[in-house]
Design a protein around this ligand. Structure first.
Ligand code: TXA
Ligand code: MG
Length: 335
């Protein structure tokens, strides 16, 4: 198991950051908190170090990894071209949950870009992640710190459970406040395209860019530009079903038809919350999208921990604010 270092006090925090930086300088991988989800970080400019990320995750080596920076100079160093559109988005959304895909600079190793001509860059808001990147002086490549295709971790305990046996150090920065992965926008495409929806939606991006932003399935463009777009992703161990019901009786009928015992069924509901649980696992979810996102992965992890075979998720409300969550749930339900 990995060592988990607290950052609760200033002394703890300084010691944890120093330890993480020493390991990263030595070419090792370290799990670090970000405001979206926990990342599994390594020196983005060291191909051998980045290769260790793939080994720990069990991730296919052709998937590109996001490069995390702590200022605009660092961002410019890893790209071949820094367009005005990147300046606008950075001014409005960085540091924060937005990844921009741009033409790569030659110093970025192939293993980071999946051999492609572009690199995804993000300046995260989390103070621990920022402190580690600044002290390192080099950018950090970091995918989410979970086994490939599993639910992303939003706490240090989730990381420990998923891949703790494959790394030495997890820095605990508390629960990730955003709770779902960053929005990924491809600025190398024309028009710019959202490759993965997140808290920052296409409308907000378009209004800052002052031009249209494409969305929707990348299959429409021919090739999978982003593995976040692969159909099956973010899956819990249990089977996930998205459904709606009128009342408890209706839900009970649906559960009976799934032929799974109630005690091995877990329901995530925000509106028609079951009154009579009778052995059923129930999470009462927020009615507001940002609060819902903050909790979703923790509740999916909890459902798995209870040994549930089926997770029934109440279908989400309409509206763009829920797009990123709808996207994650549809992928988690795909098997
Ligand atoms: O919030 C996040 O983005 C978290 C934290 C740790 O920063 N990271 C994360 O990484 O979710 P990962 O590897 O699990 O997902 C990265 C997504 C993938 O869908 C990947 O395909 C896409 O970003 N991506 C990265 N670089 C890309 C590139 N050059 N071109 C297209 N897509 C890219
Ligand atoms: Mg991931």
């Amino acid at each position: 198991m990995a060592m988990i270092l607290s950052t609760a006090t200033a002394i703890d925090r300084d010691a944890a950051v120093a330890r993480a930086v020493a390991q990263l300088h030595a070419g090792q991988v370290v799990a670090l908190p970000t405001e979206t989800v926990y990342g599994l970080a390594a020196n983005a400019l060291d191909a051998d170090a980045v290769t260790r990320i793939f080994a720990a995750k069990g991730r296919p080596a052709h998937n590109p990894i996001i490069v995390h920076v702590a200022d605009l100079d660092m961002a410019r160093r890893v790209v071949a071209d820094w367009p005005a559109s990147a300046d606008r988005l950075a001014a409005r959304f960085w540091p924060g949950p937005l990844t921009m895909v741009l033409p790569r600079a030659p110093i970025v190793p192939d293993v980071v870009t999946g051999g492609g001509t572009t690199v995804g860059i993000r300046w995260p808001r989390h103070p621990i992640m920022q402190a580690v990147i600044r002290a390192c002086g080099f950018p950090l490549a970091a995918p989410s710190a979970n086994r490939s295709n599993a639910v992303s971790p939003t706490t240090a305990a989730h990381v420990q459970q998923s891949i703790g046996d494959r790394l030495d150090l997890i820095v605990d920065g508390g629960p990730s406040p955003v709770g779902i992965e960053s929005t990924v926008i491809d600025l190398a495409a024309s028009p710019p395209r959202v490759l993965r929806p997140g808290r920052i939606d296409a409308q907000a991006l378009a209004s800052v860019l002052d031009e249209p932003v494409a969305t929707g399935p990348v299959s429409a463009v021919g090739v999978a530009r982003s593995p976040g777009m692969l159909a099956r992703h973010y899956s819990p161990r249990a089977r996930l079903v998205i459904s709606s019901w009128h009342d408890d009786a209706d839900l009970d009928g649906q559960i009976a038809r799934l032929s799974t015992p109630r005690t091995r069924t877990y329901v995530l509901a925000y509106d028609r919350v079951p009154r009579e649980t009778d052995g059923l696992g129930v999470a009462m979810m927020p009615r507001e999208a940002e609060a819902y996102a903050q909790r979703l992965y923790a509740d999916l992890h909890r459902a798995d921990d209870t040994g549930a075979d089926v997770i029934i998720v109440e279908a989400l409300p309409e509206g763009m604010a829920w797009d990123a969550l709808r996207d994650r749930l549809v992928r988690a339900a795909a098997r």
